[in-house]
Design a protein around this ligand. Structure first.
Ligand code: ATP
Ligand code: MG
Length: 557
């Protein structure tokens, strides 16, 4: 078995294979059912890769269906973003995009059918009373005084609900199941509620909207879904899913299976909470590069392939657990290391003047865009007698293991010459402003003639050719590895999640686009920020550091 096969080997695929062999199904049909009340996040990607991956591997189908039954929180912007993100991730849905709202007429007829069978009733308790009557995990619920209305009366009242004769919260349609059921979802769940809110697709046609549990199973059946995959919190709802389908006249019977949702350390994957930090202006929006949304990850420079690989590596199980965010970053590094063009950028510049090189001498040095992939070509980088290096790459006094430029010593400039630091200039604050060096003209990409070894290599950009750039360096949004333990999000935000630095990049980056993530030599992977960049100032997001341990808190500039 290949590594891919091992990762894919999960209990859901076992079920599917069994169903195909036994002939229970001869085609696999899955669906991805987002509610358009927010942008997709990395947790959704897990579900997407599972549903679309299964359809692809078994030559089946996967529908995209918007679960748009709550017009209050939903809108067309979310619909558009979800479609875009799904395609960017590399998946194509089967046929037309589906909407639960396409089925509102049919759902209404099925509700009537339940009423006619004595299996649903119009309740006039107010929501607070419904909650009280529902009971608890240890106490059974109580029957509503409206539970035994006649079928004729229920039909009449349900039509009144539909016609707008009731105010919101004064009536609802409930399934008549069992108020003493050990499963709270089976205690006469609400099937329809009143909302005088315009729907982004059906407009003012409806003032009653079906609940998720009622809508989902019927939509699955209408679309011929065979395996309806959802996360573990819907385990109990499966009883209701089956109850509804077995009590209406519908031939197709999909089966629901549950898997563990993705939880990531230092990350929140709840649209409600993500919405909150947007509303509080803690982040810029859904596509802020610190957000775990697909659009945030894309803007930050993540590749779709690395996200798919991550979803493959984490597997699919029935045990809730946390996945370390470093697992996601590691998939990203694996991909970027292979495909990212190399370039040089100085994030915290200090000027170097090479005194034994003429002012007019500009040398174009050819460099490989990728050290192990010559097919990615070369570029010419100008070298001159004034360059910037990173402040952290110079010290006045040498110390053990410090292999960069030290006063009185030599270092190699990446792909160029060996220089030696002769003396420095400081300002009134005792900060170094200029390092004066000499260079050895015989060392362009080769060792000195006398054969002595120079160990350190640092990167650089030519002062007169460099492009000004701003760098956004990110850290986790939350201080806690498990931010789900509190609802008080403000108290656990990492106030250091963004550091802005101003420096320079080599001139070849004037053609950089947000579609390419670069490796800035020794500094990490970076990608143009399409919202912040201008012609005169390039803005780069740091996608990820080069190594796992290099986080904001450990880098010293
Ligand atoms: P959230 O909790 O972020 O609001 P949701 O479950 O309400 O998410 P939906 O739009 O209803 O969001 O989700 C669409 C699909 O994605 C569902 O099938 C859901 O089970 C799945 N999904 C959502 N979050 C995760 C997650 N963290 N891991 C795996 N699958 C998820
Ligand atoms: Mg949901």
């Amino acid at each position: 078995m290949s590594k891919n096969d091992i990762c894919k080997n999960n209990f859901i695929r076992h079920i599917i294979e069994k169903d195909l062999i036994s002939g229970k199904h001869n085609i696999v049909h899955t669906r991805f059912p987002p509610e358009p009340n927010g942008y997709l996040h990395i947790g959704h990607a897990k579900s997407i890769c599972l549903n679309f991956g299964i359809a692809k591997d078994y030559n089946g189908f996967c529908n995209l269906r918007f679960d748009d039954t709550n017009p209050v929180a939903e809108n067309i912007e979310y619909v558009q973003s979800i479609k875009k993100d799904l395609q960017w991730l590399g998946f194509e849905w089967n046929g037309a995009v589906r909407y639960a709202s396409d089925y509102f007429d049919q759902l209404y007829q099925y509700a009537i059918e339940l009423i006619l069978k004595g299996l649903a009733y119009v309740d006039c308790l107010i929501p607070e009373q419904i909650r009280q009557y529902r009971g608890t995990l240890t106490l059974p619920g109580k029957n509503s005084p409206y539970r035994n209305r006649s079928i004729a009366e229920n039909i009449k009242l349900f039509k009144k609900m539909r016609n707008g004769n009731y105010m919101e919260g004064t009536a609802c349609l409930r399934a008549k199941i069992d108020m003493a059921s050990p499963l709270i979802v089976m205690r006469d769940p609400v099937l329809y509620r009143i909302k005088f809110t315009e729907h982004h697709r059906t407009g003012k046609k409806w003032c009653i909207y079906p609940m998720y549990d009622f809508t989902h199973c019927i939509s699955d059946a209408l679309e011929g879904i065979t395996h309806s995959l959802c996360t573990l919190e819907f385990q109990e709802n499966r009883r209701l899913y089956d109850w509804i389908l077995s009590n209406i006249s519908i031939r197709i019977r999909p089966t629901q299976y549950e898997f563990a949702r993705l939880n990531l350390t230092y990350t929140i994957l709840s649209k409600r909470k993500l919405n909150k930090i947007i509303a509080e202006n803690i982040v810029e929006g859904w596509d802020d590069p610190r957000m775990p949304t697909i659009s945030g990850l894309r803007r930050r420079g993540y590749t779709a392939k690395s996200i798919r690989e991550f979803c493959l590596r984490i597997g699919v199980t029935k045990q809730d657990s946390y996945v370390d965010i470093s697992a996601l970053e590691s998939c990203l590094r694996d991909d970027l290391n292979k495909i990212a063009p190399r370039a040089m950028a100085v994030l915290n510049p200090i000027k170097v003047i090479i005194e034994n090189m003429s002012d007019h001498n500009i040398e174009m040095i050819s460099m490989l865009n990728h050290p192990s992939n010559p097919e990615m070509g070369t570029r010419s980088v100008p070298f001159s007698n004034q360059i910037y290096i990173d402040r952290s790459d110079f010290r006045e006094i040498s110390s053990k293991n410090y292999k960069r430029l030290v006063l009185g010593q030599e270092v190699r400039l990446r792909n160029a010459y060996i220089i030696k630091a002769e003396r420095i200039e400081k300002n009134n604050n005792d900060e170094i402003t200029i390092i004066y060096c000499t260079y050895d003209p015989n060392t362009l990409k080769k060792n000195p003639i006398d054969g002595h070894k120079v160990q350190g290599v640092i990167h650089w950009v030519s002062v007169n050719h460099a492009l000004p750039a701003t760098f956004y360096i990110y850290d986790h949004l939350f201080k806690l590895a498990d931010p789900n333990t509190t609802d008080n999000l403000l108290s656990i935000m990492n106030t250091q999640s963004l550091t802005i630095m101003k420096g320079f990049v080599e001139p070849s980056l004037n053609t950089a686009t947000s579609k390419i993530t670069y490796q800035f030599e020794r500094k990490g992977y970076f990608c143009i920020d399409y919202n912040r960049s201008t012609f005169t100032n390039l803005v780069f997001n740091r996608t990820v550091s080069l190594r796992e341990t290099q986080t904001n808190s450990t880098i010293k500039y």
